[in-house]
Each structure stands twice: as structure tokens, then as C-alpha cells.
Design a protein around this ligand. Structure first.
Ligand SMILES: Nc1ncnc2c1ncn2[C@@H]1O[C@H](COP(=O)(O)OP(=O)(O)OP(=O)(O)O)[C@@H](O)[C@H]1O
Ligand SMILES: CC(C)(CO)[C@@H](O)C(=O)NCCC(=O)O
Length: 411
């Protein structure tokens, strides 16, 4: 599978840096990792590595002095290939167990923050293979913490996408709430967010990314997710979908606001007796499926936004993959149903909300402040917990392979 960063690159970058904190989000389809690599030469403390949560992770320094400077890195693995992830983590062993400097804590004291269902399902496997315990954090809470962090602290994190146009949205951290967070993973969660730690999961649907990938694999014989997405670029859904015009003899049904090109029934043309699956192009099937799932999520999201009077909807989760057609379809659905009242927005770190939230929970417990910054520019922003300082921006070329430069400050 594709990975955010090839494991060999990750390994070579590790040799120059030290991984001091790591958090995992183990979902139904993908495992997401967020880890902090300190810059060796800028580290102000004595170099404690990832340790037990009660131990020296909580390094302190003088007032507002940087205690760690480095980069937040992101990586992902397929959950079905969890052994690749375990191998990768095993390759961090030197950092994890502190054996390089003789400060290794007893293995039963090593904790890694983890969220998602896999934090429960695979806890024994992590213990058995790596000797580490997973310190479980609630999935919804992590999603919200991750979203709030990104939206408040990372410059140019949110954007709209309509008619092929991507536009970054300036978020005022003092005027962020309330909003609807729609996380499209294997399944979909819709969360009304009212503040830091103030949220309610108001809806969800099982027709999500897992449905697109699962049905798409069966129907097109694609071997991986990217191949399926790639196919959808080239397809024409009108071959598979039944349009209003197909039913109305080529005309609009203007009285109820439906144009002839509106999809009346996803996959509706496949009812034809004269065609079997082999007679359809996989490209067209993939496009129709992507449109069906994206439309449905866009519509349910809008209805939930309407239910609670929310004007802003942020879409996240790895289903999106920054894919133009997916974002366009979701945006059109929100725009269509809300008659232009509500706005669909997307996040650059779409798939890492949960892992970031789990990472931030180290901060709640012991780090005094995670500060993310860009060399040239600093944006002072109040952070998720009182007293913290977050200065932040994102390295401008950063996409899903991106890392974020940051500093952990002591107060
Ligand atoms: N390389 C990939 N391999 C498999 N699925 C991918 C890939 N890239 C994107 N996806 C899509 O992303 C979805 C998973 O997204 P995400 O990682 O956000 O959710 P998850 O945490 O695995 O699921 P859940 O939260 O429901 O447990 C997949 O179902 C698929 O639609
Ligand atoms: C079960 C979770 C929360 C696991 O991440 C997710 O896959 C989900 O929100 N599924 C949708 C379940 C539903 O509300 O119908």
C-alpha cells in the first residue's frame, strides 16, 4: 500500500532524530501514527526518550523555555497489515526502550497513547510483540481534540473545494464554535463541536469509506484503494446511474428543482437485463460508487447541520484523501441541499485527527505546551488547555506526507 512516508525513509530520518513521543489511531481500515522527532542539537533536556507516562516524558524547564524542538511526523499503515506497523515500531526500539543510553524502563512501564477500536482489539498484540501497553484514549474525544488543534493552530489547515477551486479559509480561533465535524473513516461519525472537550456525536452512517473500498474492490477487482480512486477519475457515472432525464425523456423536472442531469437513482441503470457486471467499465462503476457514497454523506451531514443550526461543516477522515472529485461531490451536495447556506470545508491533515488528539493527550497529562511554529512567522493562539501557548504554522509544502515543525514549551 501507499504509506505517508516509506518505511525506509522513516528509518533513515530516525537515525538523525530521536522519537520522543508517539501516538496511534488504530481504525477499522488504517492505522495512523503521529510521532515527534526532536532535533538532536536543539534539545535542551537530557534526552529522555519515550517512556512510561509517569516517568520522564514530563520533562520541564524554566518559564516558557523550549524543552524540545523537532518535527511532528505522520504515517499510516493498513490495519490488515498491522505487522508492518509493528515492524516499524520495533525499528524504533532504541528510542522506545532507552537502551542506547542505559535508561530503559521496565518494559511493562512503556505506554503509548492509542485510540480507535484497535487500541482495544490489538492491545495484547502490542504487549506481546513490543512489550508496550496501549494507553487508551476515547476515539471521539481524540477526533475533536485533533480537529480543534488543527483548526486553531495550523495555518491554512481548512479549505473549501468547489468547481475545481481550492480556497483556504481563515479560521478565527475565537469564533470557531459551533461546528459539525464529519469524520469519514470506514464508517462515518458526525459530531457537533461546541468547544474544547465540549461535543456530542449526533449521528453516523455505516455507508462510509469502508463501503466505497469494500464494494469497489468486489465490483472492479481493484487491488488497492488508490487504484480504485484513480479509476474513478476516468469514469462516467451516467453509464451506471439513472438520471432524472433518463426517466423524464431527457427533460428537467423543474417543478421540484431537479435538472435532467441530477442522479435519480444511483446504480439505477444496472437493473438492465441486458448487461452484466463484465459489460460495465470498472471506471464507470468506481465513479458511480464514489459519487453515491459522497453524495449520501454530504446530504446526511447537511441534515444534521440543519438540525442544530450549524453553518460550518468540516469533513475529515482518510476516505477523502484530498481527492478532487470526492470533495467536489460533497461540496455540491451540501451546497445543493442548503441552498448555499452551509459550507463544506476540508482539512489538510484529514486522516490524522484521532492520532493527533491522542498525541495531545500527553500534553494534557504532562507536557506543558505543544508549540508548532514556522521559521519565518509565528501566530500566537490560545491552546486547548489554559495557560498553554501555541505558535503555529505548517511547512508550506506539507501535504499528507508533511511534517510540522514544532517546539514543546515548558511554562
Ligand atoms: N491506502 C488506503 N488503504 C485503504 N483504505 C484507504 C486508503 N486510503 C484511504 N482509504 C480510505 O480511508 C478509509 C479509512 O479512513 P480512516 O483511516 O479515517 O478510518 P478508520 O480509522 O480506519 O475507520 P474507523 O474510524 O471507522 O474505524 C478506508 O475505508 C478507505 O475508504
Ligand atoms: C464505529 C466507529 C465509531 C469506529 O471508528 C465508526 O466506524 C462509525 O462511526 N461508524 C458508523 C456507525 C453508525 O453510526 O452507524
Amino acid at each position: 500500500m501507499d504509506r505517508l512516508a516509506d518505511v525506509s525513509n522513516l528509518r533513515s530520518s530516525q537515525s538523525q532524530t530521536q522519537i520522543s513521543h508517539l501516538a496511534l489511531d488504530i481504525g477499522g481500515s488504517l492505522i495512523k501514527l503521529v510521532y515527534f522527532c526532536r532535533y538532536d542539537d536543539s534539545c535542551r533536556d537530557d534526552g529522555d526518550e519515550l517512556r512510561s507516562q509517569n516517568d520522564s516524558l514530563c520533562s520541564k524547564s524554566d518559564n516558557s523555555q523550549p524543552v524540545l524542538e523537532g518535527r511532528l511526523h505522520f504515517a499510516k499503515f493498513e490495519t490488515s497489515k498491522i505487522n508492518d506497523c509493528l515492524d516499524f515500531l520495533h525499528s524504533m526500539k532504541l528510542c522506545l526502550d532507552g537502551s542506547h543510553d542505559g535508561t530503559a524502563p521496565p518494559s511493562n512501564k512503556i505506554f503509548i497513547k492509542a485510540t480507535g477500536g484497535g487500541a482495544y482489539k490489538f492491545a495484547d498484540l502490542f504487549k506481546e510483540k513490543l512489550g508496550v501497553s496501549l494507553d487508551k484514549e476515547d476515539e471521539m474525544e481524540c477526533l475533536v481534540t485533533g480537529a480543534n488543534f488543527l483548526l486553531k493552530a495550523v495555518h491554512q489547515e481548512a479549505f473549501t473545494y468547489l468547481d475545481g477551486q481550492k480556497e483556504f479559509v481563515q479560521i478565527d480561533p475565537n469564533d470557531l464554535y459551533p461546528y459539525l465535524l464529519v469524520n469519514i473513516g470506514s464508517g462515518v461519525s458526525m459530531i457537533k463541536v461546541d468547544g474544547d472537550g465540549k461535543f456530542e456525536r449526533v449521528s453516523g452512517t455505516s455507508l462510509g469509506g469502508g463501503t466505497f473500498w469494500g464494494l469497489g474492490r468486489l465490483l472492479t477487482k481493484c487491488k488497492n484503494f488508490d487504484e480504485l480512486l484513480e479509476l474513478s477519475h476516468r469514469g462516467n457515472n451516467r453509464i451506471v446511474d439513472m438520471l432524472v432525464g433518463d426517466i423524464y425523456g431527457g427533460t428537467d423536472y423543474a417543478k421540484i428543482g431537479l435538472s435532467s442531469t441530477t442522479i435519480a437513482s444511483s446504480f439505477g441503470k444496472a437493473i438492465s437485463d441486458s448487461k452484466e457486471l463484465e459489460d460495465y467499465e470498472p471506471e464507470d462503476v468506481s465513479r458511480s460508487l464514489l459519487r453515491m457514497i459522497s453524495n449520501n454523506i454530504g446530504q446526511i451531514s447537511y441534515l444534521n447541520a440543519l438540525r442544530f443550526g450549524l453553518k460550518r461543516i468540516f469533513f475529515a477522515g482518510f476516505f477523502i484523501r484530498g481527492h478532487a472529485y470526492t470533495m467536489d461531490t460533497i461540496s455540491v451536495a451540501v451546497n445543493f441541499w442548503s441552498k448555499g447556506e452551509a459550507k463544506a470545508m476540508f482539512l489538510r491533515h484529514e486522516g490524522f485527527l484521532g492520532a493527533l488528539g491522542a498525541f495531545m493527550s500527553y500534553e494534557k497529562q504532562c507536557l506543558d505546551g505543544l508549540t508548532v511554529h514556522k521559521m519565518q512567522q509565528k501566530f500566537p493562539i490560545s491552546a486547548s488547555s489554559a495557560g498553554d501557548n501555541i505558535y503555529c504554522s505548517l511547512n508550506s509544502n506539507s501535504d499528507e506526507n508533511g511534517s510540522i515543525e514544532c517546539t514543546v514549551y515548558g511554562t
